[in-house]
Design a protein around this ligand. Structure first.
Ligand code: ADP
Ligand code: MG
Length: 574
């Protein structure tokens, strides 16, 4: 071996490390979940690469993950027989921050340097969580397709630098050794490690093993037996026992899975500290068989709040239980990008590429089924759990509105789920559905009326509402940026036209029509004069029944843009 080379972390890594170690402390035990999840990802990757190159799986036996503690050395070790890393990959993946999401996260945190743990968990800073409990971390790794002599040893105290060294490693895969900080001895207890595995990693689809009899806390000496090659192989086999369920959760019958198991699986999958709001787990048998397990989060992930669109992790495509790729874009339309989960298809070829997936008819069917399941799930939430539903809409309602534009086939179903504030609702609360509105429509009223503005107060205070209030007609108050765009595609609901209060004709009875005609006659000379004065700036000047208190207002012809949309477009330079 050569002398170790010392390198500096990328500036951002140092920053992330600082944030992580200071904000994750109250959740420090998740380091084990993160490292086991990396080990599991590494096994997934190896299994996937082995489809094309079966000999990658030779040696090192079955794919598995070993967790052990050494009381003397005060270390916790997580070892996997997965894909491993080359020297370049170590530098790339652990010495720098490859993900654009993490960069955005850092920018958003800015100078405050205060992040909440929930956000950090979502940003793939997983590996660095090791430094919450360890003051030194050693990684030994060898890529599955590299010879024994091309092992890499990486080591760091998590401050500003790390060392890299070439080492001989007889077996492929990665070993992460945590040298525990003072005061973190609880993680040396096999019982503690074991219960953390059960709590956070039970669903991992590969066996997670611990030294046998680890329960009595005296078996530390056996801990290395599994890794010392041929000689130890015979003795090693009985020395380790599998401590997780090791079956893919979604392949088990629903009736056997408890809520807590579903929630734990969600948290690992979605990198979320919060419970999911709801989930749906289904198996479709037939000419094409597949399983879906889909979750609605209860809080928006960070990138969604930031308007990000490229961070779409958390919907995983498996084929016959082999992880293929993160495929949110292939499996769900954009407006459902908050959904997390797993799709496991039986009949797709294992060697699919993203390009193939994009034009695959079987996948189209699966996608259709996923959309249906998710909309069913949201509907069920709206029916059965109004409070959770309200929180869900608060987080994702505006994302869902994009579906009105994006998914014409489900437009009516999506519209049914939306809630608005209205002149008959409570202040700013968005709790009126289009069905509520229709249920309260006046006799003879044939349209659903709404007003748009760039804020709730502007909408609620619009002079256009006067005539509607006077007649007791409810008006929906739309003030989200996306509303105008959405309403451009929601021309009707349940057979009722949707009308902007400044467009279309007011519903008038015979007497009112007569009064209007008389007033128009009497005001004719005045109208002429105003029209002459305003010239091209207006199309027409008319007597109107819209107003009760104000002397005049601006109105639009049927197809004109709402004033604040016109302003938005102007601001955007269009
Ligand atoms: P994430 O898992 O979200 O990508 P992490 O910080 O947990 O982020 O890990 C960073 C990267 O380091 C991983 O994407 C992977 O490329 C690499 N890595 C971490 N642990 C392992 C491992 N046990 N085997 C192979 N690669 C690993
Ligand atoms: Mg990870």
């Amino acid at each position: 071996t050569t002398t170790p080379e010392t390198r500096k972390f990328e500036a951002e890594v140092a920053q992330v490390l600082h944030l992580v170690t200071h904000s994750l402390y109250s959740h420090k035990e998740i380091f084990l979940r993160e490292l086991v999840s990396n080990a599991s990802d590494a096994c997934d990757k190896l299994r996937f690469e082995a489809i094309a190159q079966p000999d990658l799986l030779a040696g090192a036996g079955e794919l598995h993950i070993d967790v052990s503690a050494d009381r003397e050395a005060r270390t916790v070790t997580i070892r996997d027989t997965g894909i491993g890393m080359s020297r370049d990959e170590v530098v790339e993946n652990i010495g720098s921050i490859a993900s654009s999401g993490t960069r955005r996260f850092l920018e958003a945190m800015g100078s405050e340097q205060k992040a909440d743990a929930r956000l950090i968990g979502q940003f793939g800073v997983g590996f660095y969580s090791a430094f919450v409990v360890a003051d030194r971390v050693t990684v030994l790794t060898r890529r599955a397709d590299a010879p024994a002599g091309e092992g890499v040893k990486w080591e760091s105290d998590g401050r500003g630098e790390y060392t890299l060294e070439a080492v001989d490693l007889p077996e492929r895969g990665t070993t992460v050794i945590l040298h525990l900080k003072e005061g973190e001895d609880e993680f040396l207890e096999p019982w503690t490690l074991r219960s953390l595995i059960t709590k956070y990693s039970d669903h991992v689809a590969f066996p997670i093993r611990m030294p046998k009899d680890a329960g009595d806390g005296d078996a530390g000496a056996d801990a290395d037996a599994g890794t010392d090659g041929e000689a130890g192989a015979q003795a090693a086999a009985p020395a380790w026992e599998t401590v997780n369920d090791a079956s893919a959760l979604w392949t088990r019958p629903k009736a056997e899975i408890g809520d807590e198991e579903y929630q734990n699986f969600y948290k690992a999958l979605g990198h979320d500290f919060n419970d999911a709001a709801a989930w749906t787990h289904n198996r479709v048998e037939g000419s094409q068989s597949f399983t879906t397990l889909l979750y609605l989060p209860s809080q928006p992930p960070f990138d969604l709040m930031m308007g990000g669109r490229d961070e779409r992790k958390g919907l995983k495509l498996y084929i016959k239980r082999v992880f293929i790729m993160d495929a949110a874009e292939e499996l769900l339309p954009n407006y459902l990008r908050f959904v997390r989960g797993v799709v496991d298809a039986d009949d797709l070829p294992l060697n699919v590429s993203r390009e193939i997936l994009q034009h695959n008819r079987q996948l189209e069917r699966i996608k259709g089924a996923c959309v249906k399941r998710v909309l069913d799930l949201i509907e069920k939430l709206s029916r059965d759990e109004p409070e959770k539903f309200a929180a869900f809409l608060k987080a994702f309602g505006n994302t869902l509105k994009e579906g009105i534009v994006e998914d014409a086939g489900n437009r009516e179903r999506i519209a049914k789920l939306l809630r608005f504030s209205s002149t008959k609702g409570e202040g700013e609360a968005r709790d009126v559905s289009l069905d509520d509105y229709i249920g309260r429509m006046q006799d003879g009223q044939d349209a659903i009326w709404y007003v748009t503005a760039d804020g709730h107060r502007a909408a609620a205070g619009s002079p256009q509402l006067e005539a509607f209030k006077a007649r007791g007609i409810e008006v929906l108050l739309m003030s989200d940026r996306i509303d105008e765009w959405m309403l451009g595609h929601l021309r009707e609901y349940a057979g009722k036209p949707m009308r902007h209060v400044a467009k279309g004709e007011l519903p008038l009875d015979e007497a009112e029509k007569q009064k209007l005609a008389d007033a128009a006659g009497a005001a004719a000379p005045l109208l002429e004069r105003i029209k002459r004065l305003l010239g091209d700036r207006v199309e027409d000047v008319r007597v109107s029944a819209r107003l009760t208190d104000s002397p005049s207002c601006l109105a639009m012809s049927e197809w004109e843009m709402a004033p604040h949309l016109a302003k938005l477009l102007r601001d955007a330079g269009q």
